[in-house]
Design a protein around this ligand. Structure first.
Ligand code: ADE
Length: 209
C-alpha cells in the first residue's frame, strides 16, 4: 500500500491531515504457530479460503480502534463500486475499513461481521488490495479540501448526470495531423457547453448504450 499512497493526491491529502490510513495485518490475528490465515474449502474444490477466526479478530481490532468504522469487504461477489458509492463513503465520518481477502475468497460466515460487500467489477483479482486502493483513491479525492479546485470533482464523469466524461484537449492545437475541435478554440462558452454535453451523451451511448 505504501507506494500508491506516497504519490500525488493521496500523498498530499495524507500529509495535509485530511485523511489517515492505518494498516491491520490479518496474519497478526492468526492463533496457530504458522500464522495460518487460509484453509481448504469444505466440500472440496480448488484454492484456499480466508479463515473466519483471524479475519473476524482483525475486524474486531479495527472496530476497537474506531468503534463506528464502516466495514467493507472487497469481493467479486459484492455490489459494483461506483462514483455514487465513493461519495457515500466520504460521509462515513468514523472512517471505513477495507477488508482484503486473498486466495479463492472468504469463509461465508465472515459476511455476518461486515457492513457491506463491494466489487470492483466482474473480474477476479488475486487479492482485494488493488480494489482497496481504488476505493481509497476514489474516496480521498472527493474529501473536502483535497482537490485544488472543488469543481474538478463535481465535473467528473458520473457525478452530475451519470454520463461519461466528454473529450478533453490541451496544447498543442495540432498533434500528428489531429486538431483540437474548433469549437473549443472559439471562446463561445455556450457553444462549448453544448458540444461537451452532446459528446458526453454520444460517448455514453457508444460505450455503455
Ligand atoms: N477481490 C478479488 N477480486 C475482486 C474484485 N473484482 N473486486 C473486489 N475485490 C476483489
Amino acid at each position: 500500500f505504501d507506494s500508491p499512497l506516497s504519490c500525488s493526491i493521496p500523498k498530499r491529502a495524507i500529509e495535509a491531515g485530511l485523511v489517515s490510513v492505518d494498516l491491520i495485518q490479518i496474519r497478526d490475528f492468526a492463533t496457530d504457530k504458522h500464522h495460518k490465515v487460509d484453509d481448504s474449502p469444505y466440500g472440496g474444490g480448488p484454492g484456499m479460503l480466508m479463515k473466519a477466526g483471524p479475519v473476524v479478530a482483525s475486524i474486531r481490532a479495527a472496530r476497537e480502534k474506531q468503534p463506528d468504522t464502516h466495514v467493507v469487504m472487497l469481493t467479486p461477489s459484492g455490489t459494483r463500486f461506483s462514483q455514487a458509492k465513493a461519495l457515500q463513503f466520504t460521509e462515513k465520518k468514523a472512517g471505513i475499513t477495507l477488508l482484503c481477502g486473498r486466495y479463492e475468497g472468504f469463509d461465508e460466515r465472515i459476511c455476518d461481521y461486515v457492513d457491506e460487500q463491494i466489487s470492483m467489477g466482474d473480474y477476479v483479482l488475486s487479492g482485494g488490495e488493488p480494489a482497496a486502493l481504488s476505493v481509497l483513491d476514489a474516496v480521498i479525492r472527493l474529501l473536502p479540501g483535497v482537490l485544488g479546485s472543488p469543481e474538478s470533482a463535481v465535473l467528473d464523469s458520473f457525478t452530475a448526470d451519470g454520463l461519461l466524461d466528454w473529450p478533453h484537449y490541451t496544447r498543442p492545437v495540432e498533434f500528428e495531423g489531429k486538431s483540437v475541435p474548433a469549437v473549443l478554440l472559439s471562446g463561445n462558452h455556450a457553444k462549448i457547453e453544448d458540444w461537451r454535453k452532446q459528446q458526453a451523451q454520444q460517448r455514453s451511448n457508444k460505450e455503455r448504450g
